[in-house]
Design a protein around this ligand. Structure first.
Ligand code: FNR
Length: 346
């Protein structure tokens, strides 16, 4: 039943994955205080190299991209050197790994850096940094066009750094209510310049980041994660649908390695998408699609067999089972994930 997950899968001429199981990006907040990956992180990723592709935990592209403690970066020589150890260990074990490039936008907190919180518009979110409840979110500064140019350049630079660190490619984090996603939803983007108001304008930042990254490291090595369904730090708006209709068509011309659905539970439905986020993307985008969100190997294999997506990303079960792929191969029961497992990096 799950055999389809264990088949090799060619993303393009550059990258063939040894199976269709991806390790989903999972923030663990365990980098050191310079945001450098530690030896424990080297072990953690190396143990999971049986995945067809590991997507690293979200990794910030510059200091003001940070919204959580001890999330790793890709903008200093030490961070690049730390990641080199991770990518070498994964490669030594026969695996492949992409870096997930991250800027949290209005979910940032100046506790972590000197400077202002940047977002498309000066619209804040309620709440505070998880596990640091005294740090309440602030109203961001609306990015100027100059700020936007610099952000685009910094994504491309981080992609270049990722390749220098030995990553096989990058996944641009355009999902889950963070910076790129903030441009794509009306509730967070109320700009009146060429980055706001219309689907074409609201897609502009995402496409500029994609194009700059592709120009730097090649489309074969670039994936993108998107959340057409707003579900985290974001209010949905029925007009968002038009933005994603436009964006997905434009992305089809970019020949990226893959698109990846950003969602915690893909059984969720969205009125304005006429159903599941994954089905909506599948319908509007012809390239390789990674499904995710509360799937088991069985339900994920079924979805692939039904052609709902091509590859399956596994998140929490990969925290609970470093040997997830072996267990699936050998038809063994997997250990149940528990939030308490986040306390250690095993
Ligand atoms: C996540 N998720 C996530 N997503 C992302 O794009 N970048 C990230 O860094 C993280 N970090 C993260 C940490 C933790 C502890 C969890 C539980 C989740 C979302 C993740 O990639 C995935 O979409 C969800 O976990 C749903 O898949 P599973 O866990 O049901 O297989």
């Amino acid at each position: 039943m799950t055999d389809i997950l264990l088949e090799p899968y060619a993303l393009n001429d550059t990258l063939t994955l040894k199976n269709r199981i991806l390790m989903a990006p999972l923030t663990r907040c365990m980098a050191d205080d310079q945001l450098v990956p530690t030896d424990a992180m080297v072990e953690y990723y190396a143990k999971r190299a049986e995945a067809g592709l590991i997507i690293s935990e979200a990794t910030i592209i510059r200091p003001d991209a940070q919204g959580y403690p001890n999330t790793p970066g890709l903008f200093t020589a030490q961070q690049i050197a730390g990641w080199k150890k991770v990518t070498q260990a994964v490669h030594n074990n026969g695996g492949k790994i992409f870096a997930q490039l991250w800027h949290v936008g209005r979910v940032a907190h100046p506790h972590f850096f000197d400077g202002e919180v940047l977002a498309p518009s000066a619209i804040g979110i309620e709440g505070s940094v998880p596990r640091m409840r005294e740090l309440t979110y602030q109203v961001p500064k609306a990015a100027t066009q100059e700020d936007i140019k610099q952000l685009v350049a910094d994504y491309a630079k981080a992609a270049e750094n990722a390749i220098e660190a030995g990553f096989d490619g990058v996944e641009i984090h355009g999902a889950n209510g963070y910076l790129i996603d903030q441009f794509l939803h009306y509730s967070a983007n109320q700009r009146t310049d060429e980055y706001g108001q219309t689907p074409e304008n609201m897609s502009r930042f995402a496409l500029e980041v994609v194009d700059a990254t592709v120009n730097r490291i090649g489309a074969d090595r670039v994936g993108l994660r998107l959340s057409p369904g707003a579900y985290f730090n974001m209010e949905g708006d029925s007009r968002d649908r038009n933005v994603f209709d436009y964006l997905l068509k434009a992305l089809e011309q970019r020949d990226l390695a893959y698109l990846h659905v950003g969602i915690f539970d893909d059984s969720m439905t969205f009125d304005y998408l006429d159903g599941h986020a994954s089905d909506y993307i599948r319908k509007h985008y012809q390239g390789h699609l990674v499904g995710v969100g509360s799937y088991t190997a069985q339900t994920g294999a079924e979805a692939i067999a039904q052609d709902r997506f091509d590859l399956l990303a596994i998140g929490r079960p990969f925290i609970a089972n470093p040997d997830y792929v072996s267990k699936i191969k050998q038809n063994q029961a997997v250990t149940e994930y528990d939030e308490a497992m986040l306390a250690t990096l095993d």
